[in-house]
Ligand binder design. Structure first.
Ligand code: SAH
Ligand code: SF4
Ligand code: F3S
Length: 486
């Protein structure tokens, strides 16, 4: 049984770095126990919660959206910025109050904070019963059972092989139209600001055949869009040899075949012309022309690339260990425009106030934004993470007020650019995939263009999952407003 899940909330923070989380919704298949999962951080984490729900379902747990009804509460956590961890700690205090009057409740910390803090979490947060890192979710039933019997448990083992390829996720965060598919785990880059390589371990790619099978299964259930997920999808690489599964051709000879991200994109695009393909995140150093040509070849691969630049200044990019410079990034953008045209959506992540960043270097970020004209960006100020290369090598020396002011300038710049980019769509006809009812009104539907822009249209006779051609008549910096075509 599929379930529609809604985003439950945004915890507003005093700065612009608000923290969004998602909650498991009610799924009642008559199991005796209930699990409540709250997920923080990136799409990979949301996707992992679906794997967790699937593993727990096997041992008798339905999901619930009401933590007061839960036998087990899991917080699937994020460590990317200090704020993300503070939010989880506050939330944990609330759950601990629930536990005070319901001692049989099991509370588990999963995800990146579990991996980063390990035993410390059990020591610091007395009422936490289980701590499980991203590669150890198969161990959850055992650890929860032990906790129910009174023994706290921890498993933060990071694997070189685990991809959960055989687990069919319980779709928790989906609208019944779009779903996430994890295609790889971990990250082998060492961006100096980033905690992910420490919390998610080594990069490994999932068997493409299991990815295609998952996409096929989703199409059969009525899904119309998949987003292929990885921290650096362009370094996806799978070979029978590396993965210890020699393949034989008809003559019985071993065939060694390397599947790249471009190959994988093509395999998934061929699953059904009715299925839209998205992917995230692309790394500027690794995105190939081959990927761009594959995107051009298939109309169901969305013309949208999330290509985080982080900074527009080459010295800062070097300190960040991003392994590309401003010129390289601009060349990649030019190639995208050349192969996929002006209308291809490009978005970015930005970090303001990285160690030793000068005003002039900050202005390089603003000028790069002007040159690229990003459709959208996720914007942050630098938050030092213990154990990272930057924390070890560079003083976090930009005062908080300066970081915040630079961030504000970046946000303002992005808002102007988003509005300009959206205005270019006014007067055009766009094919959108309808995802659901608009938040503003029951009489309006919300869909997305290939370039990932949200479009609001009158309801007409359409349903979520329909493809419709709409005429764009107006826009704001965040949304397009469309009319149904006859
Ligand atoms: N794999 C992706 C990024 C994943 S983390 C990539 O390489 O682009 C998502 C974003 O969080 C990053 O792109 C970065 O902009 C931001 N981020 C990561 N660590 C951060 C830190 N220490 N402080 C502020 N922002 C950070
Ligand atoms: Fe972090 Fe860099 Fe890996 Fe992205 S590519 S997850 S920023 S280390
Ligand atoms: Fe956060 Fe971990 Fe994702 S640190 S951004 S949940 S990989």
């Amino acid at each position: 049984m599929e379930h529609l899940i809604k985003d439950i909330g945004i915890i507003p923070a005093e700065d612009t770095q608000s923290c969004e989380y998602k909650v498991s919704e009610e799924e009642n298949t008559g199991k005796s126990k209930k699990i409540y999962i709250e997920s923080y951080g990136c799409q990979m984490n949301f996707s992992d919660s679906e794997i967790v729900a699937s593993i727990m379902k096997e041992v008798g747990f339905d999901t619930t959206s009401n933590f007061e009804l839960a036998d087990v509460i899991f917080l699937n956590t994020c460590s990317i910025r200090e704020k993300a961890e503070q939010t989880v700690r506050k939330r944990l205090q609330q759950f601990n109050q629930v536990k005070a009057s319901k001692p049989e409740l099991t509370i588990g910390i999963l995800g990146c904070m579990a991996e980063r803090l390990k035993e410390k979490l059990l020591e610091e947060e007395q009422l936490v019963d289980v701590v499980v890192g991203p590669d150890a979710y198969r161990d959850l039933p055992k650890l929860v059972q032990q906790a129910e019997d009174g023994t706290k448990g921890i498993n933060t083992f990071l694997s070189r092989e685990e991809t959960y390829a055989d687990i069919s996720p319980v779709r928790l965060n989906s609208n019944g139209v779009s779903a996430f598919i994890s295609i790889m785990r971990g990250c082998d880059n060492m961006c100096s600001f980033c905690v992910v390589p420490f919390t998610r371990g080594r990069e490994r790619s999932r068997d493409p055949h299991s990815i295609v099978a998952e996409a096929r299964g989703l199409v059969e259930k009525g899904y119309r869009e998949v987003t292929l997920l990885g921290q650096n999808v362009d370094s996806y690489k799978w070979s029978a040899e590396e993965n210890n599964k020699a393949r034989l051709n008809k003559k019985g000879d071993e065939v060694q075949q390397i599947i790249t991200f471009a190959d994988l994109l093509e395999m998934v695009a061929l699953v059904s012309p009715e299925l839209r393909i998205r992917f995230s995140t692309s790394h500027p150093k690794d995105i190939t022309d081959e990927v761009l040509y594959t995107m051009r070849k298939y109309s169901n691969i969305c013309k949208y690339i999330h290509l985080p630049v982080q900074s527009g200044n080459s010295r800062i990019l070097d300190l960040m260990n991003r392994t590309y410079d401003r010129e390289w990034y601009l060349e990649r953008v030019q190639k995208i425009r050349e192969i996929l045209g002006e209308s291809c959506g490009i978005s970015s992540d930005m970090i303001a106030g990285f160690c030793s960043e000068t005003e002039e270097e900050h202005r390089d970020t603003l000028s790069l934004m002007d040159i690229v004209r990003f459709d959208f960006s996720y914007m942050f100020y630098y938050s030092e993470r213990p154990g990272t290369l930057a924390a070890k090598k560079y003083p976090d020396d930009i005062p908080l007020e300066v970081k915040k002011r630079r961030l504000q300038e970046i946000i303002e710049k992005q808002n102007q650019l988003s509005l300009k980019r959206n205005q270019l769509d006014i007067g055009t006809v766009q094919e959108i995939l309808i995802e659901g009812i608009s938040k503003r009104s029951e009489d309006q539907l919300k869909g997305r263009t290939s370039a990932n822009k949200v479009v609001i249209i009158p309801k007409g006779n359409h349903q979520p999952g329909d493809y419709v051609n709409v005429f764009i008549k107006d826009c704001s910096s965040a949304t397009l407003f469309g009319e149904l075509m006859d």
